[in-house]
Ligand binder design. Sequence first.
Ligand SMILES: [Zn+2]
Length: 255
Amino acid sequence: MLLYAYRRYVFTLAVLLTYFLYAMLLTGRGMTQPHFMVDQTASNVKQASGLSLRKVSDFLAGRKYVVLTFDDGPYGYGVDEQIMATLQKHHARAMFFLVCSHINDANRDVLGKLEGAGHLIGNHSYDHLKLATLTSRPELQHEIDGCSQRLAQLTGRRPYYFRPPFGMTSPLVTQLAQAAGMKQLLWNANSQDSWMTQPEQILHWSLEQTEDQSVLLLHEKPATAAVLDDLLTRLEQRGFQFVLPDQLSDNTAIN
Ligand SMILES: [Zn+2]
């Protein structure tokens, strides 16, 4: 009788173990493919099914997710390419929020390189002004929709994401961004690289602030490019995977 109970116990354990291994395998295999599909005609993004299974498998495997976002580019002088090379080394895709007035004849080829490498280009306004303080609707429309039009001219597609400069938004800015077919993407982790100049400080703040499901604010600038390899290595050691915004299952930074 005791032997029977023991066998039943082992059998139940084996079934449970098989289920979890299968769940991990299934979801782990999915990690090479993005967990979302971009519906380009409807300009929206559909979440793939199976998220709860993914959560179980993430928990067991210690996996965490972070979206890397780089603002204020293109920077030029090889900095964009340096960032892209480091991302490629870590098999990471990222979001680049470009400022339209920063695009010129010398750096416009950066857009094609970003898209070619699988990164997403977002709209960070035309002139990087404090949009919440602008009262002229045509001026705001130029800053928001005008930049989307410019990006569409250069890449063949309008951006899905908008990030207001300095993270300063307003109901009107939100409304105009949505009317231009974009979601607003702010951040919930800050590398502080907009004002810190020492790579060690940027590394410290990035690691300090990044948690599971974080959207990390970085900038296209030399100090950030210099520390990026170290940063991504340290995040990988902590179990982080680098994903695009719609691959987050729980996202408070998007509206
Ligand atoms: Zn900015």
